[in-house]
Design a protein around this ligand. Structure first.
Ligand code: AMP
Length: 130
């Protein structure tokens, strides 16, 4: 069975899409640690980020850098933090989170509740900078 992220990439499951290139796809995390929390995933379904072959890993990181720059243009923040966890969804992905302090990378914090309209607005605004 395809991973939930493969089903998002194929359009079977909706998401707040930020953008894509030939090999990679970006969308908002549905339970954001901070507004503008984006997941960047390879279209190829590989369980764990560090098991990607070199070309796909480099491609994903280069795409993540573009998305991070777009996030920084839209979301007020000092930096865009990058995290790899992968305990919940067995499809390689990178978390990109706008941050102002180390504490903003805390995944135990209560998740932000944003309206559908706010999520869509953020996804569109970041996507427009890509
Ligand atoms: P992890 O595998 O531990 O890196 O966490 C998976 C992340 O995927 C979590 O932050 C979830 O909120 C996020 N997530 C799970 N399902 C969806 C979905 N359908 N759309 C967007 N984000 C999701």
């Amino acid at each position: 069975m395809a991973s939930i992220f493969s089903r998002i990439i194929s359009g079977e499951i909706p998401c707040y899409k930020v953008g894509e290139d030939e090999k990679n796809f970006a969308f908002l995390d549905i339970n954001p640690v901070a507004p503008g929390h984006v997941l960047v995933v390879p279209k190829k379904e590989v369980d764990y980020l560090f098991d990607l072959d070199t070309d796909d890993y480099v491609s994903l990181q280069l795409f993540a850098a573009k998305v991070a720059k777009a996030i920084a243009k839209v979301m007020p923040c000092k930096r865009v933090g990058e995290a790899v966890i992968g305990l919940d969804v067995p499809h390689a992905h990178i978390h990109l989170i706008p941050i102002n302090s180390e504490a903003d990378m805390n995944f135990f914090k209560e998740k932000k509740q944003l309206s559908e309209a706010e999520m869509q607005h953020i996804a569109d605004a970041i996507g427009a900078e890509l």
